[in-house]
Design a protein around this ligand. Structure first.
Ligand code: 26A
Length: 344
C-alpha cells in the first residue's frame, strides 16, 4: 500500500480532564443539574469537583469532546494520522492528558497557559444518563495567535480534513472560521459537531457563521431539537431537521453537505443535500451487561466516522465505523477505547 502523509486530520476544541463518578439524584439536585446535559459551570457548581473526588470515588479520565474524537479517529487510522489543538494549563491535569494522548498515539499542539489551570468537566453518571458540568479554565484561552504560529499553521495547511467540536464556539470562533475557510478554499472536508443543546441555543451567531462551511454536521436528537427550536424550523421531526441542516446554504459547492443525527440506541439518520430520502442506519447492538457508561459514545461515533471520511471510504462504511467505535467506547469507563487495540 502506498504510504500516506502524516497528520491528515486536524481537530480543534477544548482539552478537559473529566472528573467522573457514578452519582445519584441527591447529587444532581444539590447542584441543580439535569440527568442528561452538558453545561458551563457557574459559581454554584464550583464545589462539584471536590465533592465528586471526596465523596463519590471519582476517576480522573482524559476528556474534552473533540479530543475524545481525535483519539478515536487515531485508533482506526495509521500511526501519526491525527493532530489535536486546544488550550491547557501547566499542571497535573495537563500531565494526565499528555499521558492519555501518548497512549492513543495522538499528537497534540497545546497552547499552554501557565497562569490558568487545565479545564475540568464534572461528569455525573446516573443509569444511562450523564450530566456534564465544565469549568473551561485554560481551554477558554485558546486564541488565533496560537493557531497562526508557524509550526501550528504548517499543520493546518498540511491537513486534508478538519474536525471542530462545536463546544469551541464558546471559546474562539475566529479560529474555527480560519479552519473552515482553509477547508473550503482547498476543497478539504470540514466536519463540525453540534456538541450540546446549549450551543444551538446560546451560541447561535458563531454557529450560523460556520454553517456555510460544514461539509458534515454531526449531532444527536436533543441537539437537533434545540437547533430546530432556536432556528424556528417549525418541526420536531428529526428527519426533517436533518434535511434542513443538509440543505442550508453552502460555500464549497464541490461537496454536498451531509447531516448525521445519532439517536442513542435508535437508528442513526443521514440526510444528504439535495436528496429527498433520509437514510436510517441501525446501531451495533450491545448487551446490557456489557455497558459501562455512555459518556463519550457520541464522540467515539464521530471519531470512527471521521476516520472513514479521512480514508476516503463510502458514507455507508464511515457510518458503520462510527457505530463500531461507539460500541467499543460504551464498554469502557468514560470516553475511552480498549487497548490492546481491536481491529475494525
Ligand atoms: C465547553 N464545554 C461545555 C465543553 C464540554 C466538553 N468538551 C469540550 N467543551 N463539556 C463536556 N465536554 C466533554 O464531553 C465529553 C463527552 O462527550 C467531556 O470532557 C467528556 O469527555
Amino acid at each position: 500500500m502506498a504510504a500516506t502523509k502524516d497528520y491528515r486530520l486536524l481537530c480543534l476544541e477544548n482539552p478537559l480532564l473529566d472528573i467522573q463518578a457514578f452519582g445519584d439524584e441527591a447529587l444532581l439536585e444539590k447542584y441543580g443539574l439535569k440527568a442528561n446535559d452538558a453545561i458551563l459551570a457557574e459559581e454554584k457548581h464550583l464545589g462539584l469537583y471536590e465533592d465528586l473526588l471526596n465523596n463519590y470515588d471519582a476517576k480522573l479520565i482524559a476528556g474534552g469532546a473533540a479530543q475524545n474524537t481525535a483519539r478515536g479517529a487515531q485508533y482506526l487510522l495509521p500511526a501519526n494520522s491525527v493532530v489535536y489543538i486546544g488550550g491547557v494549563g501547566d499542571d497535573k491535569y495537563a500531565a494526565i492528558l499528555h499521558d492519555a494522548v501518548k497512549q492513543a498515539g495522538l499528537r497534540v499542539e497545546y497552547r499552554v497557559d501557565p497562569k490558568v489551570p487545565t479545564g475540568r468537566c464534572g461528569v455525573v453518571i446516573t443509569g444511562h444518563n450523564r450530566s456534564m458540568c465544565t469549568e473551561l479554565g485554560a481551554a477558554n484561552h485558546y486564541d488565533l495567535e496560537h493557531l497562526k504560529k508557524p509550526e501550528v499553521w504548517a499543520l493546518v495547511e498540511n491537513a486534508e480534513a478538519y474536525y471542530v467540536g462545536g463546544y469551541h464556539l464558546t471559546v474562539c470562533p475566529p479560529a474555527i472560521q480560519e479552519l473552515a475557510k482553509q477547508a473550503a478554499a482547498r476543497n478539504k472536508p470540514f466536519i463540525l459537531s453540534l456538541s450540546a443543546p446549549f450551543i444551538c441555543q446560546f451560541f447561535k451567531e458563531p454557529l450560523d457563521a460556520s454553517a456555510p462551511y460544514w461539509d458534515y454536521v454531526i449531532g444527536n436528537e436533543t441537539e437537533a431539537a434545540a437547533y430546530a427550536e432556536s432556528h424556528g424550523l417549525g418541526t420536531t421531526d428529526v428527519k426533517e431537521i436533518a434535511k434542513a441542516l443538509a440543505n442550508l446554504p453552502k460555500i464549497n459547492t464541490q461537496r454536498k453537505r451531509v447531516a448525521i443525527i445519532t439517536q442513542g440506541t435508535e437508528p442513526t439518520l443521514v440526510a444528504v443535500q439535495g436528496e429527498d430520502a433520509v437514510k436510517e442506519y441501525p446501531v451495533h447492538v450491545i448487551a446490557k451487561e456489557e455497558i459501562n457508561d455512555t459518556n463519550g459514545a457520541g464522540d467515539a461515533f464521530a471519531g470512527g466516522f471521521t476516520a472513514g471520511i479521512v480514508e476516503g471510504r463510502s458514507l455507508d462504511e464511515s457510518i458503520d465505523m462510527g457505530q463500531w467505535l461507539a460500541r467499543l467506547s460504551i464498554k469502557e469507563l468514560g470516553p475511552s477505547y480498549p487497548f490492546p487495540k481491536q481491529a475494525y
